[in-house]
Design a protein around this ligand. Structure first.
Ligand SMILES: NC(=O)c1ccc[n+]([C@@H]2O[C@H](COP(=O)([O-])OP(=O)(O)OC[C@H]3O[C@@H](n4cnc5c(N)ncnc54)[C@H](OP(=O)(O)O)[C@@H]3O)[C@@H](O)[C@H]2O)c1
Length: 278
């Protein structure tokens, strides 16, 4: 049976990728932070292994005997590039033949420091593993899903900026595909949703699907920093503020062609994401 090591397995993305791999009959080795309470899988589906990404402790043991590695870094991590180097070096030393990196849409966008770190991470990974596959997902539709279901979407950027958000389960399906099938070595794919929607439009669609009003509000950056952002440690908070400024100015959009070609079907639109969760 194919064994895949998923880095960051206990988080939102890692959980979705693990589910998609298990659905394909793959055995998942789930890398979780030492002491993490977040191991979300039944032991028969995924075997946990502890890895401390900031030091690399546990990486060598985690890599032993795996067929492929899915690397996703902790969200907005200041040491994204160092983590990428440690994970790629361990994979290289272990002779892992397939490596997939979870990057981000438009990593070259210099207005967002954490995007630029993803671009640097891509470079350090490819310097060690030239056949690595890179996935560049847009923002997930799921990021605003709980707020939509709760009836109030509040974001610190323009309600009229365009986004081609992608359904996280579509991203996970593609991840499982490229981890288990050959032919995508060395490729880079943008993973964007099938429609360009503003947050105002997302709220209207969610209202239609749910049959009740979903309010939508733009809050200021200061309100975000004093509210939800107050729990985010520096320097991630500054990175997120830079991201909201970029979102306010440009939104975040790309093309769904790669995603739909890889899926072999249309990408999931926002109204279906809401319908499934409702
Ligand atoms: N959200 C989006 O729309 C989006 C779009 C494109 C790309 N991405 C990228 O997707 C990636 C994953 O995002 P996410 O929201 O799924 O992240 P997440 O929920 O924060 O998950 C990250 C995981 O990494 C673990 N972790 C944190 N620090 C660690 C350490 N020092 N050693 C070992 N493990 C550690 C966390 O463990 P604990 O559970 O113990 O904290 C968590 O399980 C990020 O790189 C992000 O940039 C996200």
């Amino acid at each position: 049976m194919t064994v895949v090591l998923v880095i960051g397995a206990a988080g939102k993305t890692g959980h979705a990728v693990t589910r998609a791999l298990v659905a394909r009959g793959v055995r998942v080795r789930a890398a979780v932070r030492p002491g993490s309470q977040g191991m979300p899988y039944a032991a028969e589906l995924a075997s946990p292994v502890t890895v401390e990404l900031t030091t690399g402790l546990g990486l060598r043991a985690a890599m032993a005997g795996v067929d492929a590695v899915y690397h996703l870094a902790p969200n907005v991590h200041p040491d994204e590039v160092g983590i990428a180097a440690r994970v790629a070096e361990s994979a290289c030393a272990a002779g892992v033949s397939r490596f997939v990196f979870h990057s981000v849409l438009h990593p070259e966008d210099t207005s967002m420091p954490h995007h630029v770190r993803k671009a640097e991470a891509e470079t350090v990974i490819r310097a060690r593993l030239s056949t690595a596959t890179v996935l560049r997902p847009a923002a997930y539709g799921q990021n605003l899903l709980d707020a939509a279901l709760a009836g109030r979407m509040a974001v610190p950027y323009s309600l009229d900026a365009p986004f081609t958000n992608v359904d996280l389960d579509d991203v996970a399906e593609v991840a499982a595909l490229v981890l288990t099938e050959s032919g995508r070595e060395g490729a880079t794919y943008e993973l964007c949703g099938p429609e360009s929607l503003t947050v105002r439009e997302q709220a209207r669609i969610a209202s239609d699907v749910l049959g009740r009003t979903v309010q939508v509000t733009q809050i200021s950056l200061a309100e975000w920093a004093a509210g939800p952002g107050s729990a985010v440690p520096e320097p991630a908070r500054e990175d997120l503020l830079a991201m909201f400024r970029a979102y306010d100015r440009d939104g975040l959009t790309g093309d769904a062609t790669d995603l739909e070609r890889l899926l072999g079907r249309p990408a999931t639109p926002w109204h279906v994401t809401v319908e499934r969760a409702a």
